[in-house]
Design a protein around this ligand. Structure first.
Ligand SMILES: [Zn+2]
Length: 245
């Protein structure tokens, strides 16, 4: 059965926004799996009591059941002029450090060690491939076509349909566009191939949520299931590529 790997970016585990609560609740109620990318920006006052509070909140939202998390770095910054970001144009040591800090932060908050990575803005470079080698527990990678020893959900599998509302700038509002999503996913649906649906639900307007629900209906009626990355069925033909070490 072909899969949609729902890749939802920019979740803050210690500050889950209204939009994210709505999105994760929708996924739970519809029984569709969400692979959520966590920005692991550390908040200073995160003592034991607060950690327990966060865990209870995440559990109530279905953490570990209807959604799981992957490493989306720590800072999530970029400079367009120099085309640099956390994992693009940065020294190897700083990329390793960012990966490690994110792994540790999320483990401390949730008790779970993340098994996947996707760079902010999908910006990465040669050092990212080297940095990932230090993390054997990270077995899955988004957007990068080839990383030795990892299974890659490369950019060729991506469907994105989130036009900006108004001026394009960091943090700008977006929506989810049903027609665009249908059009861009057609090449996968026509051959029943699995694909990655990348979304930023934290930025959506109300209409975006309705359009997303319609798209879920659309792909389900075409026989697709929403699956976690790393599902054993990934070994089926048409699934993501495994890079040999
Ligand atoms: Zn992001």
């Amino acid at each position: 059965m072909p899969a949609v790997y729902l890749k939802a970016d920019d979740l803050r585990l210690d500050a889950v926004s209204k939009n994210w609560k709505r999105f994760l609740s929708f996924c739970a109620s519809e029984g569709i799996h969400c692979n959520a990318g966590v920005i692991a920006r550390n908040t200073p006052a995160l003592d034991g009591a607060r950690v327990n509070e966060v865990r209870a909140e995440l559990d109530a939202l279905g953490f570990g059941r209807s959604w799981t998390v992957w490493n989306h770095g720590v800072d999530h910054r970029r400079v367009r002029e120099t085309h640099t970001s956390d994992f693009c144009g940065m020294p190897l040591a700083s990329q390793i450090d960012a990966l490690r800090r994110a792994q540790d932060f999320v483990e401390r908050l949730t008790g779970v060690r993340m098994n996947a990575f996707g760079a902010p803005f999908n910006w990465w470079d040669h050092n990212t491939l080297l940095a990932l080698q230090r993390f054997p527990e990270i077995r899955y990678v988004f957007h990068i076509p080839y990383v030795p020893g990892k299974r890659c959900y490369g950019s060729e599998l991506f469907v994105e349909a989130e036009p900006f509302l108004g001026k394009v700038r960091p943090g700008a509002r977006r929506t989810f566009a049903l027609d665009e999503a249908k059009r861009k996913s057609e090449r996968f649906l026509s051959i029943e191939r699995s694909f990655v649906l990348q979304v930023h639900p934290g930025r959506w307007d109300h209409a975006g949520f309705d359009a997303f629900a319609s798209f879920v209906e659309h792909v389900r009626s075409a026989g697709y299931v929403f699956r976690p990355i790393g599902d054993p069925q990934d070994d089926a033909p048409g699934g993501p590529r495994r890079s040999s070490a």
